[in-house]
Design a binder for this molecule. Structure first.
Ligand code: NAP
Length: 331
């Protein structure tokens, strides 16, 4: 049996629950510790899933020398401070997306991880999903020719609630940081480069967060268009097209089970189905455990370079939309 990885969860919110439920499926993972800002919540979470330890503050958690890796599942605006705390205590870190609210903060965290010789990664599960990898392989072997168009929708209706992390800028709200990160990484990967030009339009919510946007990105061989928002429901239909055919997904952002390859006559010529009953987070857990066993300090697919390229797009979009996270932008 491979060395088991001792996981600690920092926060007890929605994604912390989802992540822990996935961790339970991985026999090479130990549910070791959980921390909350409130001890009662940490104890409840510990008892619900059978963790060994519960801490009533993030500061106490990072002092524990027996942790192999800390998963940060706090609101996006908190990631920078939380990750700095973990990295400065020489803890390995998997931090939820968006990893920070700006590029400069991400750079500081990369420098800290390097200095402390620890693993650091943004929790971006999408590029690790088998149907995503299959599409990339089809493109690489020329099944659709050069990518000319990538088009996707990532919209769902969400009733307005000023305290919700979807709408509250203090919690890191907005399509750019919440949904855009997936789209930008996806487009860069499928076109195989960073875009030459980025153009975002959209609307801001009452709190000044970008709640409804469309972005066009021009690449050397074509362009990508993403519609993102919390205002109307759409399917997450995604198409990647070239002169020889197209690749189509349904619901890619929740982990598409199927991906279809069409020829130039628009006939399906191949379908790939992922049979495992896994969520996107499962592929992330599997590969992070592997990275730690190998002693890697960065993930070979979700590289810091890729995250930096994504921040180049994020910064342009934030500027075009006039979105600024004010005190949370500080270093
Ligand atoms: N990868 C994915 O598929 C995915 C899906 C959903 C969300 N996310 C990301 O996960 C992060 C958290 O999202 P979520 O939906 O889980 O949020 P959430 O339900 O609001 O939970 C956030 C948790 O963070 C802690 N926290 C620390 N400081 C806080 C503050 N000032 N205000 C509120 N909570 C604070 C709280 O835990 P304690 O009280 O226990 O300390 C809280 O329960 C976001 O960055 C989001 O983008 C990722």
């Amino acid at each position: 049996m491979d060395k088991k990885i001792k996981w600690a969860i920092l926060s007890t919110g929605r994604i912390a629950h989802e992540f822990t439920q996935c961790l339970q499926k991985h026999e090479d993972s130990i549910l070791y510790a959980v921390a909350s800002r409130t001890l009662r919540k940490a104890e409840e979470f510990k008892n619900m899933y059978g963790f060994e330890k519960a801490y009533g503050s993030y500061e106490e958690l990072v002092e524990d020398p027996d942790i192999d890796i800390i998963y940060i599942g706090t609101p996006t605006t908190m990631h920078y401070e939380n990750a700095k705390l973990c990295l400065s205590h020489k803890q390995n870190v998997l931090c939820e997306k968006a990893v920070t609210v700006n590029r400069a903060q991400f750079q500081v965290l990369c420098d800290m991880a390097k200095e402390n010789d620890v693993f650091f990664m943004e929790a971006m599960w999408l590029p690790l999903h088998p149907t995503y990898i299959k599409a990339k392989q089809w493109i690489e072997v020329g099944r659709i020719g050069e990518v000319q168009l990538l088009k996707a929708e990532h919209c769902f209706e969400h009733p307005y609630d000023p305290t919700d992390r979807g709408f509250s800028k203090a919690l890191g709200a907005g399509t750019i940081l919440d949904l855009g990160v997936y789209c930008f990484a996806f487009a860069n990967e499928m076109f195989g480069s960073a875009p030459d030009k980025v153009n975002m339009i959209g609307r801001l919510g009452p709190d000044g967060a970008d709640i409804d946007t469309q972005v066009q990105m021009l690449y050397p061989t074509g362009y990508a268009i993403f519609t993102m928002g919390y205002v109307a429901n759409t399917t997450s239909n995604t198409v990647i097209a070239g002169p020889k055919g197209k690749i189509q997904y349904e619901e890619i952002y929740t982990g598409a089970k199927h991906v279809y390859l069409y020829n130039e006559k628009m006939e399906i010529v191949e379908t790939y189905t992922e049979d495992k009953d896994w969520a996107g987070l499962d592929y992330e857990i599997e590969s992070v455990n592997e990275c730690l066993r190998k002693g890697l300090k960065t993930h070979p697919v979700i590289t810091w370079e890729h995250t930096h390229e994504m921040f180049d797009i994020i910064e342009v979009c934030k500027e075009q939309m006039g979105v600024d996270y004010e005190e949370y932008e500080a270093l």
